[in-house]
Write a protein that binds this ligand. Structure first.
Ligand code: NAD
Length: 520
């Protein structure tokens, strides 16, 4: 894989065509590993977004009316193309989002797994039926598509969020308009090429680039049936307002502040490995990243010593360097914001154990956006660094007396995405699963991301709207239940019921409500 690349001009993908946006500003696209501009992204006009919705709307009827097997056959083709092009796709993620190349490969592989799950749609989409509700009357629940869905992605999972939304949506018979983050749009540019290579019918998936201006027209567009987002909580709240006003079904995943809870019987090797991945993987820019570590007094000092020692060994540098563990953060702004949080932590009295501000980097990457592993001890719930999502490799250690303390702290949090417990004790485990007020729980794992067959999502301010992504929740979001009541015999007057006993049985089964309902 070569790191040399052509200048990337990101274009919209509408009705199966690459559409260059004119008369608008383009924002620079940077490689966070070295700070170089590698391309540019259009801030598209609202009219172009409306055009993308029109394209998805025009494609809908034909797409929903092909057989479910035919729709799934396209998912298989997308899956195979992603497997064949794994390296290319991972490079696209590593170069603009700066996810370390091995993690970027992992992200592509996870999307392949999600598509494999969505390939079960002929099973997952099956409805229900209740035969013999009354004489010659059956009831059936059909899971039907709704129409056009629109989705918005955050910068940190350009591939995964495509996977969460689109395979389930289109597999169920909907069409889609997708807006990637302007900070990491390159992966979807590659996917657009795949959609054309596999000859996905035009308009089934459209890609529009820009900021909130391209999202706003969706709220009041009658052709849009639902809107989904993965992003920060303030964005989720703004979109919830728009969706509420426009009467759209919504699935809005927000920000997070996740605890790793360490009990006295922790297995240290398991914890340290998971701690490093959870807190410093993707440079701490995951919604399931560990950012608060709660520890009981018996092992408090030992934990700080151990995590400090392990964190000092974390090598960070270019996301394309296979030897390093952690890449940069997404932008110069993000670096500045994270370092400001570290300043605030110091000012508010937390004990800085390891300081990742302004690390010295080699010349070829000295303009990259690096923050090293950072650890604070003696963090208390009043502190800003405890309360706010820092979204960087910054860890806050909080002392608790026993598990009930951290369960209270979790309950009081506005966020409720994930929490992980490190213990060998079954009582602690069951109690934690039962009482931790979050959407996703890990036991002896640092990233409690559920497998694609299961739903993924938090609670409280980490998740607005009704459904979680993936699994049956995802299917429910992208389908509507239609309930059919079917009489399959001639009208009552013309039926020859045969002998009198059969007639009486029929009459007793026909409840008055049902009789009048089916007769009108
Ligand atoms: P962000 O909220 O700044 O942006 C997310 C997307 O929303 C981008 O595409 C952006 O252009 C768009 N956007 C921003 N303001 C908008 C508005 N007013 N209306 C419509 N669209 C708008 O988030 P980010 O910085 O790109 O991503 C990081 C955030 O995402 C973190 O808070 C992280 O926790 C969260 N996240 C959550 C999950 C989850 O599963 N809960 C997963 C990944 C990331």
């Amino acid at each position: 894989m070569s790191n040399k690349m052509d200048f990337i001009r990101i274009n919209n993908f509408i009705d199966g065509e690459w559409v260059e946006e004119t008369g608008v500003d383009y924002v620079p696209l940077f490689n966070p590993s070295n700070g170089e501009q590698i391309g540019e992204v259009p801030l598209s006009k609202p009219e172009t977004s409306i055009q993308a919705v029109q394209s998805a709307h025009a494609a809908y009827d034909a797409w929903r009316n092909i057989t479910v097997n035919q729709r799934v056959s396209y998912l298989y083709k997308i899956r195979q193309a992603m497997i064949d092009k794994e390296e290319d796709l991972a490079f696209a993620i590593a170069v603009d989002q700066a996810k370390h190349i091995s993690e970027a490969r992992g992200e592509v592989q996870r999307v392949v797994q999600i598509i494999e799950t969505a390939c079960s749609i002929p099973t997952l989409i099956q409805g229900e039926s209740l035969d013999h509700i009354a004489a010659n009357i059956n009831g059936r629940v059909v899971k039907a598509p709704l129409g056009v869905f629109c989705g918005v992605a955050p910068f940190n999972f350009p591939a995964l969020v495509f996977g969460w939304f689109i395979p389930f949506a289109i597999g169920a018979g909907n069409t889609f308009v997708f807006k990637p983050s302007t900070q990491s749009p390159y992966f979807m540019q590659k996917m657009g090429e795949i959609f054309n290579e596999i000859e996905l019918p035009k308009g089934v998936i459209n890609i529009i680039h820009g900021n909130r201006t391209v999202v706003q027209p969706w709220y009041d567009d009658q052709r849009v049936s639902g809107i989904c987002l993965v992003g920060s909580t303030p964005t989720a709240k703004k979109m919830a307002e728009g969706c509420g006003r426009g009467g759209k079904r919504s699935m809005l995943l927000g920000g997070a502040k996740n605890f790793l809870v360490v009990m006295e019987d922790v297995q240290w090797d398991v914890f340290i490995e998971n701690y490093l991945n959870s807190c410093y993987g993707s440079a701490g820019q995951r919604c399931l990243a560990g950012s608060l570590v709660a520890v009981v007094p018996q092992i408090h000092d030992e934990l700080i010593e151990r995590i400090a020692e392990a964190s000092k060994t974390v090598q960070f540098g270019s996301a394309l360097d296979p030897e390093i563990y952690m890449g940069p953060v997404i932008s110069a702004n993000a670096k500045q914001k994270i370092e400001k949080y570290i300043d605030i932590g110091v000012q508010e009295g937390a004990r800085l154990i390891l300081d990742g501000r302004n690390p010295q980097m080699p010349d070829d990457i000295k303009n990259g956006y690096y923050v090293g592993p950072t650890i604070f001890a003696d963090v208390t719930p009043e502190m800003t660094i405890y309360k706010e999502e820092i979204f960087g490799p910054v860890v806050c250690v909080v002392k608790i007396n026993h598990m009930d303390d951290v369960l209270d702290l979790i309950r009081q949090q506005e966020f409720g995405n994930g929490a992980c417990l490190f213990t060998q004790n079954l009582y602690y485990t069951e109690k934690f699963i039962n009482q931790a007020d979050v959407g996703m729980i890990g036991v002896n794992v640092g990233i409690p991301a559920p497998h694609p067959y299961l739903p993924f999502g938090g609670i409280k301010d980490s998740h607005l709207g009704t459904n979680k992504v993936q699994g049956k929740d995802g299917i429910d979001f992208f389908t509507q239940n239609k309930i059919a009541t079917i009489r399959f015999a001639p009208p009552i007057g013309s039926i020859d019921y045969g002998d009198e006993s059969q007639k009486a049985e029929q009459r007793s089964e026909q409840q008055p409500g049902v009789r009048s309902c089916v007769a009108t």
